[in-house]
Design a protein around this ligand. Structure first.
Ligand code: FAD
Length: 377
């Protein structure tokens, strides 16, 4: 495959796609991004930004703005189900003491900041557009887009998420499918009481809940339901169901529980995971983000590794060389790290189903994972 990558198509405008768009465009590569949704945005409540995500956002040049519009902290408090404080741990960040160790913000806000940065840098974006077909050639990929146009690119990135169409188009029947875990995660957007001073986690009988501050007045509460209901309740029944699941907790969890009343406050989804075997490319098409490695939220790292994919690819493309060699180096830098996040998250999720028996194992695996993820990318 010839050397130069001047023009890249990114399919999907989530965290991995927009990170790649910023990282490639700033290296002088001409980036086009197509997003299936008519309005380019992000749904959902809040996102927790662990150390690697904070580092990635700094590398993308948006961390200060994210913290100004979100929240940051450097300690985590652990409580029992009654709401009694067990420990307060100092969290060591990856950026030095002048930065908070972890962050939290509304997903739509994070998306807006990243999207504005990409567009300001010159990334061209087409919404309500996807790919109809791809034809690989030694020196290019010809792509027919759903708006009827046909374009040629040096490289195509499938950044189109867990149920990636590009994965299906390029890897066909060899492509693994998302696998369910039998768990669900509930998240509710709440007013933040003054007593919630940082990341709070509460351990109940077989259930874990916690708060992530999103700003001075807002936070989100997550609840991991170890064995999901067969059918998730319709939106109008979700506040009552979440309150019912939370009824085993006392203290501040019980206080805020009563404010979970509106369907639009509550998001619930079953958890799936997927790990593509290496390599994640065929010819000139590479999968990044959840399309290649979708993880569950036990380590809160899916967004971090999605952002990192774009940054690493930008660095490698900037350093030149044959495209095939660049893609091989990309796999060397990304596969093991992402495999570890996905497999350790799945293991933690399995242990959550029998939490009492695996408390120590889970603590050890979490610490080992965070230590490994602190390494440079
Ligand atoms: C319940 C839950 C909680 C989580 N919490 C956290 C957390 O706190 N912290 C964290 O770091 N991570 C978290 N994650 C993981 C994180 O959200 C994902 O890993 C991350 O968003 C993946 O980004 P992505 O860009 O690869 O995929 P996506 O975010 O899925 O983006 C894919 C984009 O592609 C578009 N698209 C799809 N198909 C097409 C197509 N055919 N053509 C064009 N466009 C297309 C979609 O509309 C979308 O915009 C969580 C995940 C879950 C499920």
């Amino acid at each position: 495959m010839s050397t130069s990558v001047d023009r890249v198509l990114i399919v999907g405008g989530g965290l991995s796609g927009v990170s790649a768009a910023i990282a490639l465009q700033r290296e002088g590569i001409d980036v086009e991004l197509v997003e299936r949704e008519p309005v380019w945005g992000a749904l959902g409540t809040g996102i927790t930004l662990m150390g690697p995500a904070m580092r990635a956002l700094k590398q993308l040049g948006v961390l200060e703005q994210c913290l100004a519009e979100g929240s940051g902290c450097s300690e985590m408090s652990l409580f029992n189900a009654e709401g009694e404080l067990l420990h307060t741990l100092e969290i060591h960040g990856l950026l030095g003491l002048e930065w908070p160790a972890v962050g939290g913000m509304m997903r739509p806000t994070l998306h807006r900041i990243l999207a504005d940065t990409a567009v300001t840098q010159g990334v061209s974006v087409r919404t309500a557009t996807s790919v109809s077909s791809l034809e690989q050639h030694p020196d290019r990929v010809d792509v027919e887009l759903s708006d009827g146009s046909t374009e040629s690119y040096d490289l195509v990135l499938g950044a189109d998420g867990l149920r990636s169409q590009i994965r299906q188009l390029v890897f066909g029947i060899d492509a693994p499918q998302p696998r369910p875990l039998g768990q669900a995660v509930w998240r509710a957007l709440l007013d933040r009481p003054a007593s919630v001073t940082g990341e709070f986690q509460f351990y109940g009988p077989g259930l874990k809940t916690g708060f992530t501050p999103l700003g001075p007045d807002k936070m989100y509460e997550f609840l991991v339901q170890p064995v999901a209901d067969d059918v998730l309740p319709p939106p109008e029944e979700r506040p009552a169901r979440m309150r019912e699941l939370l009824s085993v907790f006392g203290g501040v969890v019980a206080e805020v529980r009563e404010t979970i009343t509106r369907p639009e406050q509550v998001d619930v989804r079953k958890l799936y995971w997927l790990l593509m075997p290496a390599p994640w490319y065929r010819g000139r098409v590479l999968l990044i983000g959840d399309a290649a490695h979708a993880t569950t939220p036990q380590l809160a790292m899916g967004g971090a590794i999605a952002l990192e994919d774009g940054i690493v690819l930008g660095e490698l493309l900037a350093s030149g060389g044959e495209l095939e060699a660049v893609l091989e180096q990309f796999m060397e830098r990304r596969y093991e790290r992402c495999r570890m996040v996905v497999e350790n998250s799945v293991q933690l999720s399995e242990w959550e189903k029998n939490a009492a028996e695996h408390e120590e194992d889970a603590g050890r695996l979490q610490s080992e994972s965070f230590a490994a993820l602190a390494a440079p990318i």
